[in-house]
Ligand binder design. Structure first.
Ligand SMILES: Nc1nc(=O)c2c([nH]1)NC[C@@H]1CN(c3ccc(C(=O)N[C@@H](CCC(=O)O)C(=O)O)cc3)C=[N+]21
Length: 301
């Protein structure tokens, strides 16, 4: 068996064209959504992701605002950049690129983001809303990678209701939040979160209907780990040195041979990464639409 491909690139392109229409409608009302980014330092991965986000914005008509700070930036410098974006009416949503350099208190920075402008959905208020709302509609920004995974799977016609999902990794952007989304009543999956303290990760993996691999360990998930017919999402991104070329290349958490066992697999690159970026744009458009609606309500009836 060879798995079918969860095509993140094509799905993200479809979402971007839907968003471009909503951006046109907003622009016609005199509102231009604007994405801000705070980038501290010159980590090649972060520089490339942030660049990609601004290219995506240009594609759908979202304005871009950049705050690029040196590696040596202090806590106060980073917080001042956050304050500028909070105050800037041209910025309707923004992200602080993670990880921040050592010595910066990441949680203090994330908590300083105006929750109404939180394009990453990582502000405690927005994560808290996700905790509180199990069946009600969610009208606050969702964490981009979990939202992108759900969208990718659903747009390929896969139903997650009743499925056993095993998540690898307890990072902020994926592992710790995806269960909140997958266990909502409209999705209804059962979620097991595994991490470096889990006694027998392989045993959990072998029982999973769906694997979300976000451990950041290249090639961690092998064919022996995967139940035949399982759906496998490869979220991890590591840069590894290719011994043949001597150049760094991207490697996911999933051994490509898993495609012989799984029913569906997300390629990496070309899977969850482009979906994460599309969901970031969706959050920016959503927040801009809400801000426009609030402005109309205040001025009108
Ligand atoms: N505040 C914050 N929010 C994030 O969402 C965030 C972050 N910090 N820090 C780092 C991780 C990682 N991340 C990726 C996004 C897109 C791709 C992506 O589009 N990758 C392409 C390949 C890109 C390439 O070739 O370099 C792909 O998978 O096809 C990858 C990784 C977002 N993150």
């Amino acid at each position: 068996m060879t798995a079918q491909i969860l095509d993140g690139k094509a799905t993200a392109a479809a979402i971007k064209s839907e968003l471009a229409e909503r951006v046109s409608a907003l622009t016609a009302q005199g509102v231009t959504p604007g994405l801000g980014t705070v980038l501290v330092g010159q980590d090649p991965g972060s520089v490339s992701y942030v660049g990609g986000k601004h290219r995506d914005c240009a594609e759908v008509g979202i304005a871009s605002i950049r705050e690029d700070l040196p590696e040596t930036a202090s806590q106060a410098d980073v917080e001042a950049a956050v304050d500028r974006l909070n105050a800037d009416p041209a910025c309707t949503g923004y992200i602080v690129q993670l990880p921040l350099p050592k010595g910066i208190d990441t949680n203090a920075v994330l908590e300083r983001i105006d929750p109404a402008k939180d394009a990453d959905g990582l502000h405690p208020t927005n994560l808290g809303r996700l905790v509180l709302r199990v069946s009600e509609e969610i009208t606050s920004p969702l964490p981009c990678t979990p939202a992108g995974i759900v969208e990718l799977v659903q747009r390929h016609g896969i139903d997650l209701a009743g499925k056993d999902v095993v998540v690898l990794g307890r990072g902020t952007t994926v592992g710790r939040s995806i269960g909140l989304l997958l266990t909502r009543k409209d999705i209804n999956a059962t979620v097991t979160l595994t991490h470096t303290g889990t006694r027998d990760v392989a045993a959990h993996l072998r029982n999973a209907d769906v694997v979300v691999a976000a451990a950041g360990v290249p090639g961690f998930v092998t064919p022996e780990h995967v139940k035949p017919g399982a759906v496998v999402l490869d979220v991890g991104v590591s840069r590894v040195l290719d011994p043949e070329t001597g150049k760094a290349r991207l490697r996911g958490d999933v051994d490509p041979a898993v495609a012989d066992v799984a029913s569906w697999i997300s390629p990496n690159p070309g899977g969850v990464g482009p979906m994460t970026r599309a969901m970031l744009l969706a959050n920016v458009v959503d927040t801009a639409e809400r801000a426009a609606a609030a402005a109309t309500t205040v001025g009108g009836v």
